[in-house]
Design a protein around this ligand. Structure first.
Ligand code: HEM
Length: 205
């Protein structure tokens, strides 16, 4: 396995946040409604991880360092895991595990349907992210994984629906997301200069 310490570092760095937030909730450090704060932090965490995952390929192209690609799959799986924890926190702290309220909730918070579609998309990507699926699906694997470019706008719509009045934070994520999507256009991707390559050329001169 290449880059084992880097992979472990990323694993620990991402795994530690939900545990820290749980500890904060348990020690009354998340304010009067810790459940809601947990739902929000896990949702935001999932979105940030999605953006970080999407930035691995451009970063690898830019720097030439293969370590970015070595953690891409792990980060994608973490994004899904945060999404599942976000759903679990919603079910426990907001729904109170009272499934009879789900119909009322969906009418009150229709953005949940958008979030659920995005999570189903992430589930599909997580299930097929292994080498076996990659081999079996062949060329279709890449097409299937382009689904991520549909999932990102869905998550942004889900968030926009919630934060409607306060657009500042949402705009930051939307601009980063749009830039990452634009960068994936093959003609643009080919134009990304390799900083390390450029640096080598400068050194050779
Ligand atoms: C069945 C799936 C989902 C459900 C039931 C759900 C539910 C919710 C709820 C209830 C909130 C608002 C919490 C509040 O009252 O402030 C929320 C916020 C949010 N969710 Fe989801 N969500 C789902 C899927 C997702 C997924 C897959 C992502 C990201 C990958 C996501 C990202 C977010 C974000 C970024 C917020 C805004 C957090 C903030 O206000 O700072 N959600 N979600």
């Amino acid at each position: 396995m290449r880059h084992p310490f880097w992979r472990l570092f990323v694993f620990v760095l991402v795994a530690v946040w939900p545990l820290f937030w749980l500890y904060q909730a348990w020690s009354f450090a998340l304010g009067p409604d810790p459940g809601k704060v947990l739902v929000e932090r896990l949702g935001l965490g999932a979105l940030i991880l999605l953006l970080i995952t999407l930035s691995m390929t451009p970063l690898q192209k830019l720097s030439g360092w293969p370590g970015w690609m070595a953690v891409r799959r792990q980060l994608g799986l973490w994004c899904f895991a945060y999404g599942v924890l976000h759903l679990a926190a919603y079910a426990v702290f907001i729904l109170g595990l009272d499934w009879s309220q789900l119909g009322v909730e969906l009418r009150k918070r229709p953005y949940i349907i958008v979030g659920a579609i995005a999570l189903l998309g992430l589930l599909l990507l997580a299930l097929t992210s292994n080498r076996y699926s990659q081999r079996r699906l062949g060329k279709s694997w890449k097409k299937l994984h382009c689904l991520v470019y549909l999932i990102l706008p869905l998550v942004l719509l889900h968030m926009l629906w919630i934060v409607r009045a306060d657009l500042q934070e949402w705009t930051v994520y939307a601009v980063i997301g749009a830039a990452l999507l634009v960068l994936r256009i093959p003609a643009l991707m080919r134009r990304i200069p390799r900083v390390s390559g450029a640096a080598q050329k400068v050194q050779q001169k």
